[in-house]
Design a protein around this ligand. Structure first.
Ligand code: MF3
Ligand code: CO
Ligand code: CO
Length: 258
């Protein structure tokens, strides 16, 4: 691959490792009684201690260093003084910016003991992301990604959020192309070696419709049922793909045994 692509991959790798490292730290503190502000502070400190910046902080006016999206929150929840309680599920989404490049990743966490239903939603959401990542190569079309996720998720009885999508990422936090998490096999442009983007399906227990809260950021399910999300930043290679945001400690999905 060209020098430019190699440099892009190296820098995205460096940013991705820091974002994933922040989530590995979250694993250590998440339990009933902590606030989403505590998660935010931890992410802020970890990212800065590793010589990077948090990309969400002040991005289009976003006030915090990560997104915390519990229970029926789909995405972009703002950390605050909300205390997590036993049985909650929560997504933490972290994006680091290092040497001019971004790494974007999110995981779900259990707070104490969570319902079987919530566990299943989380398992299917993680599975849908990984199934889509595993098909990535230069012959894959954008529609294959969406259709892989949608087919699996709907077979399991859940729904794919339409209002938010994955995105190209690099020197900019969000850029072309949009990566839809639903769609038809074989449609849309084919992937090219060197492309870097996120796969970040948001999956609902009930219907897919979303509603925006008055803060202008927080998206919740319209039917107030649970929602889950995972996110990796990936790159297309000559032979397949690379995931830039894997956990070095193999803490990619719950239950996390630490
Ligand atoms: N990290 C989110 C994503 O996956 C974007 C968050 S933007 C923010 O694209 F401003 F809400 F932080
Ligand atoms: Co993203
Ligand atoms: Co993200």
């Amino acid at each position: 691959m060209s020098d430019d692509i190699q440099e892009a991959f190296e820098r995205t790798r460096a940013a991705g490792i820091i974002a994933a490292g922040a989530l590995d730290e979250v694993v250590k503190i998440i339990k009933p009684g902590i606030t989403t502000n505590q998660i935010d502070s931890l992410c802020y400190e970890f990212i800065n201690d590793n010589g990077a910046c948090s990309a969400p902080l002040f991005y289009r006016g976003f006030p915090k260093s990560c997104c915390t999206s519990p229970n029926h929150t789909i995405c972009h929840g703002i950390p605050g003084n909300k205390t997590l309680i036993d049985g909650d599920i929560i997504n933490v989404d972290v994006t680091s910016f290092k040497n001019g490049w971004h790494g974007d990743t999110s995981r779900m966490f259990y707070v104490g003991e969570v319902s079987i239903k919530a566990q299943k939603l989380i398992e299917v959401t993680y599975g849908s992301m990984m199934k889509a990542i595993k098909i990535l190569n230069k012959k894959t079309s954008l529609g294959d990604i969406g259709s892989t996720i949608q087919t699996y998720v709907e077979k399991e009885g859940f729904s794919v959020v339409r209002d938010f999508c994955g995105h190209g990422i690099g020197k900019k936090f969000h850029q072309e192309p949009n990566i839809l998490h639903y769609g038809k096999k074989g449609t849309g442009p084919k992937l090219k070696p060197g492309m870097i983007f996120t796969v970040e399906p948001m999956i609902n227990e009930g219907k897919y419709e979303a509603k925006m809260l008055n803060d202008g950021w927080t998206a919740v399910t319209k039917d107030k049922k649970l929602s889950a999300q995972f996110e990796h930043t990936v790159g297309i290679t000559e032979t397949g793909y690379e995931i830039f945001t894997l956990s070095k400690k193999e803490l990619n999905h719950p239950p996390y045994s630490v």
